[in-house]
Design a protein around this ligand. Structure first.
Ligand SMILES: *Cc1c(COP(=O)(O)O)cnc(C)c1O
Length: 418
């Protein structure tokens, strides 16, 4: 079993990463297991006092010490995630995606510094900025990710920028910004560049190779993939990773070995699941774009969608998550549609093997651009009208795409004509 697979294609890395012989075998026994076992441990034992003394001061990776620093199950997951991103030095694990975002902010931000957050960030990423971080003396600011000149001007304003948070595509409206351009401007301004990469994951987009310092991933979504796991990770270059690790250790952030084993299991099939979900999602997005009840389909994989060009240029894959906006309907009509669906669950999260539908109102978590866009505003949401405000987010799973389309057809019928 090759232990360093960094020169291999990502499909090969997904199958082999994190399976070091020393983590899959037992001393004195020939052979070993395919997967690292679940090491449940708080106490790690030493052979004698001299060993204990030597290890206490040794905070290196992959050393037995105490449960808070993990054991081979967590180390294997972190190593696997590291090997999936070109330019990564290490990966820090967190008990949820939100904990990964908070852990990143806390690792790099200092009182008085500016924290620039993309206007289409995942809602909690905004709220941690305007809540916890602001309480610690950080100055949160928001920017339109599709306006490069505006971002450059914001960066040129007075005040040290501690970090910039990007997300591509953004939550709920799914515009894909020009990550390399924004990252270059942010770095020039001396900021750490963080990118929430949960939508594409490492098989679809590589933030570090596009100028970012850290790639945030809610493993809860695609990597878990089965709607039964909460976890997050930040894959980072050396400068960021050292800060993340120090901060996570001080916060006592740790993930359970059982959950790490589930995440490792999910990781092995990540690429094939996302490939299938992307293919189905595109077919469904194309179907929805032909319907008169639909004002816009916000899916970066769809020709003509906001940021489709950037997605084509920078991404190697997509996923099953996108939104569509109802034309001139109200919230009751939207609820009639969603409630009529038979194959879509109604609930938060996404990225599982099963399809979900969720009513979403982007206007509740935007401060730079209003939603719905006002007349003539143009930009990413060109063509949308003031009355086109009610959106539905779909997470497409592994069901047959034809069955899902038939279900959406009967949902649209249940919603009724205007
Ligand atoms: C869900 C999500 C998160 C947070 O993940 P949790 O594990 O639910 O805390 C972060 N970013 C994005 C884009 C998400 O969709």
């Amino acid at each position: 079993m090759a232990e360093d697979t960094s020169d291999k294609q990502i499909a090969t890395r997904l199958a082999t990463a994190g399976r070091r012989r020393q983590w899959t075998s037992a001393p004195g026994l020939p052979g070993g297991t395919v997967n690292p076992p679940v090491w449940r441990a708080s106490t790690h034992l030493y052979d004698n006092c001299a060993d204990l003394k030597a290890e206490v001061g040794n905070n290196a990776e992959g050393r037995f010490y105490y449960g808070r620093r993990g054991a081979p199950t967590q180390w294997a997951l972190a190593e696997a995630l590291t090997s999936l991103e070109d330019g990564a030095f290490g990966a820090m694990l967190y008990p949820s995606g939100v904990a990964a975002i908070t852990g990143s902010y806390l690792a790099v931000m200092r009182p008085g510094q500016r924290l620039l957050i993309t206007d289409n960030a995942y809602d909690p990423s905004r709220n941690i900025g305007t809540g916890l971080m602001k309480n610690f003396g950080v100055v949160p600011e928001f920017f339109d990710p599709m306006d490069i000149d505006g971002f450059r001007a914001l960066c040129a304003q007075e005040g040290k920028i501690g970090a910039v948070l990007l997300e591509a595509p953004g939550s709920l409206t799914f515009e894909v910004c020009d990550v390399p351009a924004l990252a270059a401007i942010a770095r020039e301004a001396g900021a750490f560049v963080l990118c929430d990469n949960t939508w594409a994951g490492p098989t679809g987009f590589q933030p570090l190779a596009h100028g970012c310092d850290g790639s945030i991933n809610a493993l809860t979504k695609h990597v878990g993939g089965h709607s039964d796991l909460m976890m997050g990770a930040v894959t980072a270059n050396e400068r960021l990773y050292r800060r993340l690790r120090r901060t996570a250790q001080q916060l006592g952030q740790v993930v359970s070995p059982d959950d790490a084993a589930l995440a490792l299991r999910g990781l092995r099939t990540l690429r094939v699941r996302l490939k299938q979900e992307s293919e189905s999602a595109l077919a469904i997005a194309q179907f929805l774009s032909t319907r008169e009840e639909v004002a816009a389909v916000l899916c970066p994989m769809l020709e003509g969608a906001p940021g489709h060009d950037m997605w084509n240029r920078d991404f190697t894959g997509g996923c099953g998550l996108f939104s569509f906006v109802l034309k001139g309907r109200d919230a009751d009509a939207r609820a009639r549609l969603i409630d009529a669906l038979q194959l879509f669950g109604i609930g938060y999260s996404w990225g599982g093997f099963e399809s979900l539908a969720l009513p979403v109102d982007p206007g509740t978590c935007r401060s730079v651009r209003s939603w719905p866009p006002s007349h003539g505003e143009g930009g990413a949401w060109d063509g949308l009208d003031e009355s086109d405000r009610f959106a539905i987010r779909l997470s497409i799973g592994l069901e047959d795409a034809g069955d899902l389309i038939a279900d959406l057809k009967q949902g649209l019928a249940a919603m009724g004509a205007i």
